[in-house]
Design a protein around this ligand. Structure first.
Ligand SMILES: C[S@@+](CC[C@H](N)C(=O)[O-])C[C@H]1O[C@@H](n2cnc3c(N)ncnc32)[C@H](O)[C@@H]1O
Length: 223
């Protein structure tokens, strides 16, 4: 097993590399340095690029945690409405379709003790206003369907497991405008997430190719 000092060294190297990648963007650098989230430099850069290239429409994230991605979406939203959905109650049980992938994270609270308030903390820390942000607390099955999000220009799914990803895909992808972007944070990290995406794309006949942001995490496609 690697020693604690070796792990610290590797973390410091990774942070240094990330700083170099984000050197031209003070906001992304600040988000990374704040260290509140689960999204690394390549995904932050891709999110910024997708936001800047998006057609008219709202930005939506399903699975917000402490708001690392949401704060980037709001900062680059140019006044658009930004929706964030999360239970803020910890990751739910796996379903059979997850086949055990991610079992070690069941019950883990990605937003920590402060729950929904942790998103407000992140926005305050990065000095991004929340006036255009609609934060919706609750399980996706109860909240997504009735939320008036149409039309969506950027949809970011980051809910780790099969059922949540499937629910978000089925409810939200039909609302994405032509030329909008669909980003799947966990496609290459959790088997259930990948399965939900592959099933959805096959069932709907989605031919737009998957673009790989990172072979260990995110993919995206154009609607
Ligand atoms: C990895 S975290 C999201 C990280 C976040 N996107 C970021 O930028 O740091 C996954 C989040 O999905 C939420 N989540 C998972 N399944 C859910 C469901 N069925 N309904 C609502 N929220 C869910 C969890 O509460 C958790 O906060």
């Amino acid at each position: 097993m690697a020693s604690e000092s070796a792990i610290q060294y590797l973390r410091a190297v990774a942070l240094q590399q990330a700083r170099q990648q984000l050197a031209d963007d003070d906001l992304l650098l600040e988000v990374l340095e704040a260290g509140v989230g689960f999204v690394d430099a390549p995904r932050l850069v891709n999110l910024r690029e997708r936001c800047l290239a998006a057609p008219p429409g709202a930005f939506v994230e399903c699975g917000v945690a402490r708001g690392t991605s949401l704060v980037v979406m709001a900062a680059y939203g140019d006044g658009r409405i930004v929706w964030g959905f999360d239970s803020f109650e910890g990751l739910p049980e796996l379903s059979d379709a997850d086949d055990g992938s991610g079992v070690e994270f069941v019950g883990y609270s990605c937003s920590g003790e402060r729950g929904e308030q942790s998103v407000r903390d992140t926005f305050a820390r990065i000095s991004v206003p929340m006036e255009n942000v609609r934060l919706v607390k609750g399980w996706f099955a109860d909240t997504l369907g009735s939320a008036d999000t149409v039309p969506i220009a950027v949809l970011r799914l980051d809910a780790d497991f099969y059922e949540a990803t499937r629910c978000a895909l089925e409810t939200m992808v039909p609302r994405v405008v032509r030329g909008g972007f669909i980003l799947i944070d966990d496609y290459n990290s959790f088997d259930g997430c990948r399965k939900a995406v592959d099933e959805y794309r096959a069932a709907q006949g989605v031919r737009s190719p998957l673009v790989v942001t990172d072979p260990n995490t995110e993919v995206w496609w154009i609607a």
